[in-house]
Write a protein that binds this ligand. Structure first.
Ligand SMILES: Cc1cc2nc3c(=O)[nH]c(=O)nc-3n(C[C@H](O)[C@H](O)[C@H](O)COP(=O)(O)OP(=O)(O)OC[C@H]3O[C@@H](n4cnc5c(N)ncnc54)[C@H](O)[C@@H]3O)c2cc1C
Length: 465
């Protein structure tokens, strides 16, 4: 351990903390970022050749905070000699592989990143004076042993972990394959060598995997089935007035609502970001149609269908289970009926969820949590009880809204975090970018009308509408 106390230590180097490193560098902050992995890698198990990111290139690591930063996507293209092809392509959305390569490029240039360091413990240093700003002691495991860092501010950017409704490990091996979508491309050939594969889930990843398997299966490949708990194979909403919800004023509006109301709204807003790209839904139908013209079976395609459990068919209770297959217990949300389905391969495209970091156990008393144990995240993304020293990235969906995981929000959130750490606004955040108004005006007045001299019946009628 060195006696040095860093201004800022970031745990995790995904796109959000990488963006923070890029924006912090010119400020002269002593910032260090640790990640358990060997280097930057973004969802390689889902890196389809033709997949694009779902936000424009302006949602890169820095541009929306500082368009003059050398770490912009456009500067990356210029440096590698690809700016003109990207310009002529006239498509705002970079390929997923291109975004991954861009982030790796930035990660190889920006200072302060240390890979191969898994943070396992954080403690607050005992300091004589209670009024003194805290210093945190952070322990990381490296291939060579342990390292300890000291820092005044922590920014947790540890992302989310693959989530599945069942334990897949006992189902994987001995003739069957069960994996999470995040591993798909690493084990695609294994799946294609089976007799049948079932994809579970209804998000973009599920649709990409189903499309990829179905296009590759051809005549001799496996039967490909797709079930989802969602009531339908729904498209992601991508219209401009809805995109205005990725605005600072929508976050302010959402943040000010009672927690129950926020939770209810998040459930209702699922289709805004959890659905499938509409073009891909149509491509899937076109593919099924082409296959049907050639007499190829389409397999099972069922929405409103929940995976309740899964077991190896061999040795299971039911005698009619075919050997070597997995038995999936399904239920239909519309009819309430239960049924079973057999498959050799199972792909759980069931999403990602935040995992409570165990390394915070040593300072558990210092973390502000709500009655459900979730972070009580302040508007400036702090979660320590004093709301001044520990920030989170992409862990505040329940307080700041559905845009928490959106790559387009990274630069804005990092501007807010840096304002909190530096005590001054370094990267100005636009306060009002939406044409629409969220919620009632604070003073109750109609913002489209000149202020009335008194509360006339007409005014009351307009408000009621
Ligand atoms: C397939 C896929 C595609 C997506 N595409 C888009 C898109 O197009 N547009 C969009 O807006 N959003 C997209 N998202 C959502 C979101 O933006 C991404 O998930 C994004 O990667 C989140 O970034 P992050 O920095 O929070 O975390 P992550 O990218 O998950 O990175 C977290 C990092 O923290 C490290 N870490 C964790 N714990 C520790 C520890 N204890 N010590 C050290 N390091 C640790 C991990 O090794 C990892 O490198 C996508 C998500 C997925 C799954």
């Amino acid at each position: 351990m060195t006696g040095e106390v860093h201004d800022l230590l970031g745990v995790g180097i995904g796109p959000f903390n990488l963006g923070l490193a890029c924006l912090a560098e010119p400020l002269g902050l002593d910032a260090v970022f640790l990640d358990a992995r060997d280097g930057f890698a973004w969802y390689h198990g889902l890196m389809f050749d033709d997949a694009t990111i779902q936000v424009p290139f302006l949602a890169d690591l820095v541009t929306l905070a500082d368009p003059t930063s050398p770490y912009s996507f456009l500067n990356y293209l210029k440096q590698i000699g690809r700016l003109y092809p990207f310009y002529i392509r006239e498509d705002f959305q970079p390929l997923r592989a291109e975004y991954d390569a861009y982030c790796r490029w930035a990660s190889e240039r920006v200072g302060g990143l240390r890979w191969g360091r898994e943070v396992v413990d954080v403690r607050r240093e005992e300091r004589g004076d209670d009024d003194e700003a805290p210093v945190y002691r952070v322990t990381a495991i490296t291939p060579e042993g342990t390292e300890t860092y000291r820092t005044r501010h922590l920014v947790l950017g540890i992302g989310t972990a693959p989530w599945a409704p069942i334990d897949r490990e006992p189902l994987d091996g001995d003739g069957s394959v069960a994996l999470h979508a995040s591993d798909y491309l690493h084990r695609r050939d294994e799946l294609l060598s089976l007799g049948s594969v079932t994809v579970v889930g209804s998000g973009q990843s599920a649709a990409e995997i189903y499309h990829d398997l179905l296009s590759s299966a051809g005549v001799d490949g496996p039967r490909i089935d797709w079930v989802t708990r969602s009531p339908r194979f729904f498209p992601m909403e991508y219209t401009k007035l809805t995109l205005e919800m990725t605005s600072p004023e929508y976050i302010d509006h959402f943040y000010a609502l009672p927690a129950d109301q926020r939770d209810r709204m998040l459930r209702e807003q699922r289709s805004l970001y959890k659905g499938i790209n509409a073009d891909l839904i149509n491509e899937i139908h076109d593919l099924l149609y082409r296959r049907s013209v050639h007499g190829l079976a389409s397999g099972l395609l069922a929405a409103a269908t929940t995976l309740d459990g899964a077991a190896r068919a061999v040795g299971a209770a039911r005698a009619d289970d075919p050997p070597g297959a997995l038995r999936l217990d399904l239920s239909c949300a519309d009819t309430g009926r239960f049924w079973t389905h057999h498959t050799d391969g199972l792909v759980l495209a069931t999403g990602y969820s935040p995992t409570p970091p165990r390394f915070l156990e040593g300072i558990a008393d210092e973390i502000d949590r709500d009655e459900r144990g979730r972070y009580r995240v302040a508007r400036d993304h702090t979660v320590d009880r004093a709301h001044s020293t520990i920030h989170v990235q992409n862990a505040e969906e329940h307080t700041h809204g559905l845009t928490a995981p959106d790559l387009g929000m990274g630069a804005m959130r990092n501007s807010v975090i840096l304002r909190s750490i530096c005590g001054r606004e370094v990267y100005p955040v636009e306060t009002s970018i939406a044409f629409q108004q969220f919620g009632a005006p604070a003073d109750g007045a109609d913002p489209a009308q000149p202020a009335p001299a008194h509360d006339s019946p007409t005014t009351r009628h307009q408000e009621a509408r």
